[in-house]
Every structure is written in structure tokens, then in C-alpha cells.
Design a protein around this ligand. Structure first.
Ligand code: BMX
Ligand code: CA
Ligand code: ZN
Length: 320
């Protein structure tokens, strides 16, 4: 098989990863920057700088002509038109951007854009943990909770690409407000921001348990305290995992997958979550459905996004 190379860019709520990626899923070179918080123009400027750096590097490495620019980004993406339609407050002002067209205009390469976890699903299905499976659900636990669905071998896009925002499945209409505006979403319980917020709420009610500054608590602190045996952190994490289990069962009821792939920073750092979630899910819901799902960890870890972003170019450039 020829070795083709493309640019892959993964835009998340916290960081942007940009890389030169082969059609075998090797990342030949990559750069990472924190996602700008001042608005879309700043993010587009970051993309321009990153792509220019990658093009210089591709030249140095004497790579073949690149197949294109593939972008996976958090947010609700009009996959057909190549437009960022909207985003939750995880990426401020990330809306109404004709990003595909803008990239093509700036760099002269064909470009593709899809939701960040939708492209993770491509990487994992063609090259990674979901290879050979036709019905798969993907959940990533990071700044937010992202989702993607492969049904009968095809990535589910819905009408324009906004399908499978699985992190915004509510498990309690009286639950905490989510940064999407809805209530009781999985993301409000079990994402990095959700776990930190739940811990903050807990400590606001019981300030005698903590003498530091509550606003600065992160998910990392919560895990650390739980590992140290602190009951308040263990209880928050237990509640997060319980919410995640109920949400996962809803998803299994809806899609009847044979495999559930978990990824994202939180999964990478805390291996037990996969097994813990599996144990909880098996005891809930419709037995025939929950018993027939296997659980796997994303094979590409935190590079799944950048590999999947680039993979769009290999998949879709045949049709250009
Ligand atoms: C949010 C939402 C999803 C995204 C998910 C994971 C925005 C900006 N983001 O639920 O579209 O897939 O986060 O994103 O609307 P990450 O930032 O955790 O990688
Ligand atoms: Ca998605
Ligand atoms: Zn939500």
C-alpha cells in the first residue's frame, strides 16, 4: 500500500493537536497548543500557524504531496457544508464558521471537517480498537464528553452532522445544569469539568471539609483525593460513574452496539474506569442488550483525534 500523508488537526476544549499523519495511522510530527479562549479569529489564527509549521516540516522530511487537511473539532459540525454550526461554552464563540472553505482558500488543499469524536470513530474503526466491528459506540471523557456511533459499518451523521452528541444525554431532568444549557447531561457529571463542578458543589455545602480555594478544584484533584481514600471525593466519583453507567445503558438501548470504545484524557489516566463502568452497566437495563456489548479502550489514546482527523483525507479524497 502507498504511504500517503495528510495534515490532521484535533480541536478540543483545552488543546489543539496538529500532526502529519500517514494512512497507516503513524504520527510523523505533531505540535500541541492550548485552545485560544478569546474567540474564533484567534483559533483560526492558531490553525494557520500550526499548518504553516507542518508544511515546513513536511518539506524538511521530503514527504510526498499531502492529500489534504482533515479537521476534527469539538462542536456541532455541518459535515456536509464544512461549517462549524455551534458549540457549547467549552469553546467560546465557536459557531458559524465556514472552516472547510476557509482552509481550502488559505492553503489550496482539499479540506474536511467533522466532530472530534466522529473522527476518533474513523481512526478506531479503520485502524484501531473497533476494526472489524460494524456497530460501535464511542465515548470520550475529556474537557467534555463526546460521542460517535457507527451503525451497520457507517458513521452516523444525522441530517447535517450533529448526531451522536452523546455527552448531552440527560440522566436527570432535575440534575445539574450543563454548559450546553440542558440539565442532567452525562457531561455535567462525568467529564473533567463535570467531575470538578460536582466536587465544588459538594464542598460548597460542606466547607468544613476543605480549606483551599474551591473555585480552583480540578478533576485531577478529585481523583487524587479518591486515591488517598478521602470519602468526599470517592462519593463524587461514585456518583459520576453511576450517571455514566445509566447514560451508557440508554445508549446501548438505542443502538444495540457490539462494542463500546472509551477514550479521552480521563480514560487514559484512570484505567479502572473501563472495568468499573462495565460492571455497573451489566447490572442495569435490558439484559440481552447490555450483556452483548464488549468494552475496549481507544487504541490510539490521545492521538486518536489527530489520526482520525487526517484519515478523512484518505477516505474522502477518492471522491474529489
Ligand atoms: C462537548 C461538545 C462536543 C464534543 C465534546 C468532547 C462543544 C464545543 N463540544 O460535549 O461537540 O465532542 O465536548 O470534546 O460543543 P472535548 O473538548 O472533551 O474533546
Ligand atoms: Ca459526535
Ligand atoms: Zn449538555
Amino acid at each position: 500500500m502507498n504511504r500517503d500523508v495528510s495534515i490532521g488537526i484535533d480541536i478540543g476544549g483545552t488543546k489543539i493537536v496538529a500532526g502529519l499523519v500517514t494512512n497507516q495511522g503513524e504520527v510523523l510530527y505533531k505540535q500541541i497548543v492550548p485552545t485560544a479562549t478569546e474567540g474564533k479569529e484567534h483559533i483560526i489564527f492558531q490553525l494557520q500557524q500550526l499548518i504553516n509549521n507542518l508544511l515546513k516540516e513536511a518539506n524538511k522530511l521530503r514527504l510526498p504531496t499531502l492529500k489534504g487537511i482533515g479537521i476534527g473539532t469539538a462542536g456541532q459540525i455541518d459535515f456536509k457544508k464544512g461549517i462549524v454550526r455551534s458549540g457549547t461554552s467549552n469553546i467560546k464563540y465557536w459557531n458559524d464558521i465556514p472552516l472547510k472553505q476557509e482552509m481550502q482558500r488559505l492553503f489550496g488543499f482539499p479540506a474536511w471537517i467533522d466532530n472530534d469524536v466522529n473522527v476518533v470513530a474513523l481512526a478506531e474503526s479503520y485502524l484501531g480498537a473497533a476494526k472489524g466491528y460494524d456497530n460501535v459506540v464511542f465515548l470520550t471523557l475529556g474537557t467534555g464528553i463526546g460521542g460517535a456511533v457507527i451503525q451497520e459499518g457507517k458513521l452516523l451523521h444525522g441530517e447535517w452532522g450533529g448526531a451522536a452528541e452523546l455527552g448531552h444525554m440527560s440522566v436527570d431532568r432535575n440534575g445539574p445544569e450543563c454548559n450546553c444549557g440542558y440539565n442532567g447531561c452525562l457531561e455535567a457529571y462525568a467529564s473533567g469539568t463535570g467531575i470538578a463542578n460536582q466536587m465544588k458543589q459538594y464542598l460548597i455545602k460542606k466547607p468544613e471539609l476543605y480549606d483551599g480555594s474551591i473555585e480552583n478544584i480540578t478533576a485531577r484533584d478529585v481523583f487524587q483525593w479518591a486515591y488517598e481514600g478521602k470519602q468526599h471525593a470517592k462519593s463524587v466519583l461514585d456518583d459520576s460513574m453511576d450517571a455514566l453507567a445509566y447514560g451508557t445503558v440508554n445508549i446501548i438501548h438505542a443502538f444495540n452496539p457490539s462494542l463500546l470504545v472509551l477514550g479521552g484524557g480521563i480514560i487514559d489516566q484512570h484505567n479502572w474506569i473501563n472495568q468499573d463502568l462495565q460492571n455497573r452497566v451489566r447490572n442495569l437495563g435490558i439484559s440481552s442488550l447490555v450483556q452483548s456489548v464488549s468494552f475496549a479502550k481507544a487504541a490510539f489514546g490521545d492521538e486518536a483525534g489527530v489520526i482520525g482527523a487526517a484519515y478523512q483525507c484518505f477516505l474522502y479524497s477518492k471522491n474529489v
